[in-house]
Design a protein around this ligand. Structure first.
Ligand code: 13P
Ligand code: 13P
Ligand code: MG
Ligand code: MG
Length: 375
């Protein structure tokens, strides 16, 4: 029996696409059931509690435990759940069965293997509201703009101005996902430096946000995202690394409504069809998280939980609210507008960001026909 008395609790959200139904649009319910079976057997042994969901064709395993981040047993459990789901996907001949499981054998940690992970070890407060975000058809830096707004923009988060316990601001851990480096920047004092980096979404992604102060990291941790670069890990196209994030709310952290507010603006993110197009990030309910229009537009769901000694009380499906209807309408309008660019930028991603391209072949074919320009 896992006991959480006096212990830190870890929330681990580990995700993978192990087969779509049909195409890349959704996860077949039998795959979710297979994952639930594996996690259920591990309750009280490895994990305290779990919730299995999906956004588009990605399965998201939300687990709580006291084993800390990057724990071998927890990662192995997720790996086993994805393996079981893959067997079902193969049996049903689903699309891209096992897509994100890039290795046949588990080697201690899912990082670098294919699945994405956002993990947060925290000291559970007397009341601990958290929100788990799961996306499909986009990349981890899709969280840059909303996390900036939530933790650094007083136009979004009234608490930065009004709440004495938030007034000092937050620290952002930014990862260079190409050179695999990280830097911590403080807000508000280094806001412009932060923005200079995180506006470059093809390279820099916010990995963690901390409340400022001297306390333990498990007390100060405010948000964490998955930043695995699946396409780089595999060395060839295997799907965009559709991201997840965990955000802590209230009592010195932004209120639930402040955390959700940035998603009323469906900002443009990279992903969508063939992982090669910019499109609006549409906030939807779990029910509506199956991207079909041009395999999109990119989706995000938000599930609210209260932790009770590591137990997940919830979820509350937070975007299942008419207050987000307008954001969905705007996303549809933006989708209509940007789709009309067809194969042109800025709908199409830049050459380096394309997940599919014929350009090298075309250039090779035309090699002899290119002539120098006369000045
Ligand atoms: P807390 O300071 O208790 O988090 O309350 C803020 C709030 O919820 C206002 O909307
Ligand atoms: P996923 O990354 O969600 O599998 O989507 C891939 C794709 O090509 C969608 O058009
Ligand atoms: Mg897929
Ligand atoms: Mg996906």
């Amino acid at each position: 029996m896992v006991s959480v008395a006096e212990e830190k609790v870890t929330v681990s959200v580990i995700k993978a696409d192990v087969g779509g139904f049909p195409g890349h649009s959704e996860v077949h319910p039998d795959l979710l059931e297979a994952c639930e079976g594996v996690l259920e057997d591990a309750v009280d042994e490895v994990i305290i509690d779990y919730y299995v969901t999906r956004c588009g064709d990605d399965i998201d395993l939300i687990m709580t435990h006291t084993r800390g981040e990057d724990d071998e047993k927890v990662h192995e459990l997720a790996w086993n759940a994805f393996q079981e789901a893959t067997k079902v996907a193969e049996d049903l001949k689903l699309y891209g069965a096992g897509q994100d499981l890039l290795s046949d054998a588990f080697s201690g940690n899912v990082r670098g293997l294919g699945p994405g992970a956002a993990e947060m070890e925290l000291v559970e407060r007397p009341s601990e509201p958290i929100i788990v975000f799961c996306c499909d058809k986009t990349e981890p830096s899709a969280f840059n703009l909303p996390l900036f707004r939530i933790f650094a923009d007083p136009n979004n988060t009234a608490g930065l101005v009004l709440d004495p316990s938030m007034h000092d601001g937050f620290e952002f851990e930014v990862h260079d996902v190409i050179d695999q480096k990280k830097v911590i920047l403080k807000c508000p004092e280094e806001m412009y430096d932060l923005l200079a980096l995180i506006g470059q979404t093809q390279r820099y992604a916010i990995k963690r946000v901390y409340k400022k102060g001297d306390g333990d990291e498990a007390e100060r941790i405010a948000a964490v995202t998955s930043t695995e670069r699946l396409n780089l890990i595999a060395g060839e196209y295997v799907g965009k690394d559709d991201p997840v994030a965990i955000v802590r709310c209230q009592s010195g952290f932004p209120a639930v409504g402040e955390v959700l507010e940035p998603f009323t603006f469906p900002h443009l993110v990279a992903g969508w069809m063939r992982g090669s197009h910019n499109g609006p990030l549409m906030p939807v309910s779990e029910e509506e998280a199956h991207p079909t229009r041009f395999d999109g537009p990119p989706r995000i769901i938000a599930l609210g939980f209260q932790l009770r000694n590591g137990e997940l009380v919830g979820p509350q499906d937070l975007f299942a609210d008419p207050a987000f209807d307008r954001a969905r309408e705007i996303a549809n309008e933006v989708a209509d507008y940007i789709r009309r660019h067809g194969p042109f930028q800025p709908h199409l991603l830049s050459e380096e960001e394309l997940e599919y391209t014929t350009l090298p072949d075309v250039l090779k074919k035309l090699e002899d026909r290119f002539e120098d320009l006369e000045e």
